[in-house]
Design a binder for this molecule. Sequence first.
Ligand SMILES: [Zn+2]
Ligand SMILES: [Zn+2]
Length: 399
Amino acid sequence: MDNNIGKIKQAIIEKINEDRPQLRELSLKIHDNPELGLHEFKACEWLTKYLASRNFVIEREICEMPTAFRATYGKGQPRIGLLAEYDALPGVGHACGHNLICMIALGAAVAAKAAVDQYGGCIVVIGTPAEENYGGKIVMARKGAFSDLDAAMLVHPGSVDVAIAPAIACQQMNVEFFGKAAHASANPDGGINALDAMILSFNNINALRQQIQSTARIHGIITDGGQAANIIPAHSAGEFYVRAADDAYLDELLQKVLNCFISAGLATGARLEYKPDELRYASLKANVTLAQLYLNNMQALGRELRLSESSVPLNVGSTDMGNVSQVTAAIHPVLAVAPKGTSLHTVEFAVAAASEKGIDGLCDAAKAVAMTAADLLSSAEIMQKVRTEFEQGKKQEKK
Ligand SMILES: [Zn+2]
Ligand SMILES: [Zn+2]
């Protein structure tokens, strides 16, 4: 173990304490200027300017996405990716706290320059747009944006402190039924009821739900249920999300859900048109070695956190960070910035994302991420352990 690592970590802590006013200011500015996914032009401009003025080399519009960017300091391997999100939600603004995520990445990246100067390798901040409404990282992963990274880290605000927070695989399905319009009273036997096909689909899914794994989720809405109560609906449409803890079970479940639609079409005579959304959120495979390093560093800062919440993910969503974890060793810890139990995507959470507790969390997480990057850059042995765990996980999946 290089005994300089202690000094480097101390320098990281001091740098983030020194940068706190700037990190706070930009985080609140982004919070005050919420932008929806793929339209985060101001945030992208401010973040890249911040990094450019601190000697990072900036590439804009990567992966043909106008608000994606890459900012690099150093060269060669290892390449440590710090991922930034900065999109907001309609109506509730930064109710997912992405204004903190991006500043954790920036704070950590700037502080970790000390480790790059000492040990070599590089720190890469990757600006990843539209987590909420599009799955920006799914597209970026397909285009190879993360393939050259040795590790990737993103810390997400929440109401607990935990190093490994699971996220489940998710696939959207868009469904339409085509029937035949008729006067609902004068000529009902001349019609084919597309709305009934949609309602039967919901009932079929409700029956299916009892027999699925407890970690799976199926939920949907009707986006077209007809035009008038006295017309047999000729068309109905709905959007459904199907989620499962792993990708193999998601495939199995998607087929069962499809059968719910097919049988509803048969029962009513309505024709089914179905297409899966082309973007699929993969389940998140946290790198335990990396998570343990992050945990140790957080604990060294005096912050209490656990390695994982529970072995069974029950209160869990999906994230495009899952797709990143399929191509490189990754962690997506959760950082407590709101009272326990506060739900993401609520007004209460948006308030927490701009609170002093939020800024305290930002600084702690930035320190722990930079210290973890320093661990990886300083020790070929630690870096290899992280890589080996990732590669073995991939091999097991193939079996
Ligand atoms: Zn969210
Ligand atoms: Zn989020």
